[in-house]
Design a protein around this ligand. Structure first.
Ligand SMILES: NC(=O)c1ccc[n+]([C@@H]2O[C@H](COP(=O)([O-])OP(=O)(O)OC[C@H]3O[C@@H](n4cnc5c(N)ncnc54)[C@H](OP(=O)(O)O)[C@@H]3O)[C@@H](O)[C@H]2O)c1
Length: 147
């Protein structure tokens, strides 16, 4: 009997570390769901993975947008029924690492929207699907800016 390879969703995977993680895990046989907020960039990244023989599918996903996150979860529920691994990779720094005494609070809010609330939205929306997998994992790529 063959066991299906893990189904892995990576946020912000169209470039940078997310793309490299997709490449490495895909090369090991995992089925990659490549999260990208820009469809064109995401499609290019998926095509690149497919050319290397990786099983990759684009999931349009802006982690700061609750509706986008829920739409991605609904689509994965319909198409796959469960999710084995969620990698919360999308992240960025907006405030230029300014001192708390002078930090621009609008930029600080952008940091929290992406690096903190983005992860919360993802975990809340995807926990029901992860709970349906036999051995699910959530992996958070952190930084000095992230949770
Ligand atoms: N590089 C480092 O030295 C370093 C060190 C410590 C931790 N980290 C952490 O590692 C992770 C990846 O870093 P990286 O250097 O690979 O970053 P990167 O090259 O700047 O890539 C960031 C990725 O996140 C995506 N993204 C940004 N905002 C998003 C949103 N609202 N929804 C969905 N995706 C979004 C970007 O999409 P677009 O292409 O559309 O912008 C891009 O795909 C981050 O969490 C970062 O904090 C990095």
């Amino acid at each position: 009997m063959t066991t299906a390879q893990p189904l892995t969703l990576i946020t912000g995977a169209n470039r940078g570390m997310g793309f490299e993680i997709a490449k490495e895990l895909g090369a090991k046989g995992q089925r990659i769901l490549l999260g990208a907020r820009n469809a064109e960039k995401g499609t290019q990244a998926v095509e690149q993975l497919k050319q290397s023989g990786i099983d990759a599918t684009l999931i349009p996903l802006d982690v700061t947008d609750k509706q986008s996150v829920q739409a991605a979860a609904d689509r994965i529920a319909t198409d796959y029924g469960s999710l084995d691994i969620l990698i919360n990779n999308a992240g960025a720094v907006f405030d230029g690492r300014q001192q708390p005494s002078v930090v621009n609070t609008d930029q600080m809010r952008q940091d929290f929207d992406l690096n903190y609330f983005g992860v919360v939205y993802m975990c809340q929306a995807f926990l029901p699907l992860l709970k349906k997998a036999p051995k699910a994992k959530i992996i958070n790529v952190s930084s000095m800016m992230g949770p």
